[in-house]
Design a protein around this ligand. Structure first.
Ligand code: MGD
Ligand code: MGD
Ligand code: SF4
Ligand code: MO
Length: 703
């Protein structure tokens, strides 16, 4: 019939793989890797094919809906027109702003919004009219410590250097499992092959993780670590570098200060102190420090597992200092800053920290957002500034933030809630109105976020695969139209609708590669992407700090060392600790509705070491109760020698067996939500980031 070939980058995860999608009329015939993509070189993972399921999913909303509650308390969803949906939403938001104040409107933005460039370019069309302090996002259950550290050291929240995997001789990796996640804050498509090549050419990959993960299995060395003790290990490595005179910042010395003060501040963090808590011997720690220092090019990298824990900010700060102290920052084979064709570093605010605090618990803001761990209490605690209306966009905080059950019930008490989302799920089921955007394949795509963290500079723009259906709106159009309706009600001026691709066209022409004649037109002519070359050293010019200096002796981090030292004065406790887990066929909470991704063996299991099971009298496959301070869930145990004794692991993003959600396949593979057990009070105090890893728990056999 009308067969067509489309070029497209996958937006599902940070690897941004190039795809070739064959269609026949409205049907997707095939989805394959695009070998001509200069970054991904043909790689894809099983999720790419599910783009088709996502597009065709009968549960995906195609029209706005409003919730109608009958006398029996049961909810029904009614289709409504876009005019009714947008007018009602604007009116209700304006009412809350006028009657209750701007802080009475809360905002929560989820992870897919950074994978959908129209949501990035146009959210301010709405949010500029809601000048609320009560803004939240998935950042504070994820990478907040990275941003904070980059603000301190490099002057901008987005200046995060990435491991130069293809040229390094030594990669020390903590709290990351790129073989499942495909890399994070590190856009590194086909990471498995890249890591295998790394070890094959004689370089070393050392993985530190409480579970022997898929990545650990292909590493040169893996060491178990007790959850949430990484800061002790990392400080012991840095301390060893100072102690054994292995600090060589090299050319970085010209614009780096404060290392000597750091050396003094951390003397008490010895490998022996660390060993008593981490489980990694002092000998191993010293050896790793020496090998790291001796390697021609080395890089230390830490992700989710060392970010969403009680000392997340300290961990990320010390990781940067290890790279700086050994002269590996901004060096090929070490860690490098990318130079994206559209450079959001120059167009976004650098970020700021602790300029205001949350109302109930005084938690610090970062970049005008408060920690997601305090969203529920800001809704349910009465008083001036209480959240009475909530906007959620591309987020599912009931499943993704700690003590999700508490938030689940807090949402019930709102006067108004609206969700920009294609699904009726655990969070959006509480909304009064749901605004569903077009499907990803119905809008064009430019990755505005992840080129900034990519291992090579490339650029790629792709047109929509399918025409926009009649009576539908893109995410950015919804922001624009809702913003304009709200503006009129608040007596402010409307904003013209400049399409996202026009913003990109401009960004390309003023960006760092503008000399190469980049424009949207040129990118359209090269739909597999354009290679812009390897990452380059660019310090100190790229720094956004005062005087283009890196000040290593960050006062906030140094002050936090006391909290760490005090906690670890007591001998290690014997309690079980809970950590998370990712699977390559899953993606946070929202990709369980596609049969081909969920089929097979049950995945929402509690992995536990056989010694711990024997100790508690638990048999393989038994049902147990996993409990913490905040809640308890029943789950099946999976025996695993790959777990560190004393640590149990449960994936997040499950728990779909709740009333009123409209995701049939997900509900049939419901599982339980590990965030019904993670604790909203258990945080990285310094950054406010949720500590969803390392949570103290108990596991009891069911009678
Ligand atoms: N398939 C798939 N891919 C994804 C996602 C997904 O859900 N599924 N999510 C995407 C998102 S939003 C993100 S942020 C990235 C995350 O990407 P990664 O950071 O690579 O995420 P994880 O696979 O969760 O790896 C975290 C690791 O930390 C370990 N860990 C837990 N606690 C500790 C600790 O205290 N210390 C140490 N050293 N390790 C610890 C865990 O065992 C786990 O192996 O993945 C992205 N990609
Ligand atoms: N215990 C524990 N908790 C965790 C984690 C963990 O490892 N362990 N990981 C954390 C991490 S790293 C993250 S990033 C968060 C994620 O937390 P969230 O961002 O809150 O949750 P997601 O599961 O990504 O939910 C995405 C939502 O966006 C919708 N959506 C998908 N695409 C689009 C789109 O194009 N437009 C719109 N408008 N909506 C869309 C989906 O339907 C879904 O409702 O979870 C965090 N929570
Ligand atoms: S690795 Fe990520 S970007 Fe690549 S195909 Fe899979 S989900 Fe898409
Ligand atoms: Mo994330």
């Amino acid at each position: 019939m009308t067969r067509k070939t489309h070029y497209r980058a996958c937006h599902l995860c940070e690897a941004i793989c190039g795809l070739i999608i064959e269609t026949d009329g409205a049907d997707i015939v095939s989805i394959k890797g695009d070998k001509a993509d200069p970054l991904s070189r043909g790689h894809i993972c099983p999720k790419a094919v599910a783009l088709s399921d996502l597009h065709n999913d009968p549960d995906r909303l195609r029209t706005p809906v409003k919730r109608v509650r009958n006398h029996g308390g049961e909810d029904r969803w009614e289709d409504i027109s876009w005019d009714e949906a947008l007018d009602t939403t604007a009116k209700r938001l304006a009412w809350v702003i006028n009657e209750r104040g701007e802080n009475a409107v809360g905002i929560y933005m989820g992870n897919p919004s950074v994978h959908n460039y129209g949501m990035m370019t146009h959210q301010s069309n709405l949010f500029q009219h809601i000048r609320s302090n009560n803004r939240f996002s998935a950042t504070s259950v994820d990478q907040l410590p990275h941003h904070l550290t980059s603000l301190w050291l490099y002057g901008h929240k987005l200046l995060i250097p990435v491991p130069d995997v293809d040229n390094t001789n030594y990669l020390l990796m903590l709290g990351a499992n790129p073989l499942a996640s495909n890399g994070s804050i590190w856009t590194v498509p086909d990471v498995k092959q890249r890591l295998k090549t790394l070890t094959a050419r004689g370089a070393k990959l050392v993985v530190i993780d409480p579970r022997r993960t898929e990545t650990a299995t292909i590493a040169s060395e893996h060491h178990f670590i007790r959850p949430a003790t990484d800061a002790l290990f990392l400080l012991a490595v840095l301390n060893t570098l100072f102690d054994e005179d292995l600090v060589r910042p090299g050319t970085l010395s010209a614009f780096t200060t404060g290392l000597a003060d750091v050396a003094t501040a951390i003397v008490m963090f010895t490998p022996e102190l660390a060993a008593a808590h981490t489980g990694i011997t002092a000998d191993v720690t010293r050896r790793i420090a020496r090998e790291f220092a001796a390697a021609e090019h080395a890089v230390c990298y830490g992700r989710m597992g060392v970010s969403t824990q009680a000392y997340g900010a300290l961990c990320q700060w010390v990781i940067q200092l290890i790279n700086i102290a050994t002269g590996n920052l901004d060096k090929p084979g070490g860690s490098l800053f990318a130079t994206p064709a559209v450079d959001t570093v120059t167009t976004s605010s650098p970020g700021g920290h602790d300029r205001h605090q949350s109302r109930v618990r005084n938690l610090p803001e970062f970049d005008r957002e408060l920690p997601a761990a305090c969203l529920a209490e800001e809704i349910s605690t009465p008083g001036e500034g209480q959240i009475r209306a909530l906007f959620t966009g591309a987020g599912n905080p009931v499943l993704s933030t700690p003590n999700g059950r508490q938030l689940d019930s807090a949402l019930e008490s709102l006067e108004f809630m609206v969700s920009l989302d294609p699904y009726i799920n655990e969070t959006t089921r509480h909304a009064d109105i749901i605004l569903p955007p077009t499907s990803a394949l119905e809008h064009d795509h430019y990755d505005i976020t992840f080129h900034l963290f990519a291992v090579r500079n490339t650029t790629r723009y792709n047109d929509a695969v399918f025409d926009k259906p009649e009576n539908s709106l893109h995410d950015w159009e919804i922001f624009n139209q809702l913003g304009n309706r709200l503006a009129i009600l608040l007596g402010k001026s409307e904003q013209p609708a400049t399409a996202p691709h026009e913003i990109i066209n401009l960004g390309l022409q003023i960006g760092p590669h503008s000399a190469k004649g980049l424009s949207l037109e040129k990118l359209r002519q090269n739909p597999s992407g354009i290679d812009l070359g390897p990452l380059q050293s660019q310090l100190p010019e790229r720094l956004a700090t005062q005087g283009k200096m890196i000040r290593c002796d960050t006062p906030e981090a140094i002050a936090d060392l006391n909290r760490l030292f005090d906690e670890f004065q007591q001998p290690a406790g014997g309690e079980l600790r809970l950590i998370g887990r990712r699977h390559v066929r899953s993606n946070n909470s929202w990709m369980h509705n596609y049969h081909r991704l969920v089929k097979g063996r049950e995945r929402c299991t509690l992995m536990m070491h056989p010694d711990d099971m024997a100790h508690q009298g638990i048999a393989a496959g038994a049902r147990v109760t996993l409990a913490s301070r905040v809640g308890a869930i029943d789950v099946t145990v999976e025996v695993s020698e790959d777990m560190m004794p004393g640590v149990v692991s449960l994936p997040h993003g499950f728990g779909h067996g709740r009333q009123g959600i409209r995701m049939q396949t997900a509900a049939a593979h419901a599982g339980v939500s590990c965030n019904d057990v993670t604790d909203d009070q258990y945080l990285d105090v310094l950054s406010g980031n949720a500590a969803v890893n390392g949570v103290p728990v108990t596991v009891l056999p069911q009678p």
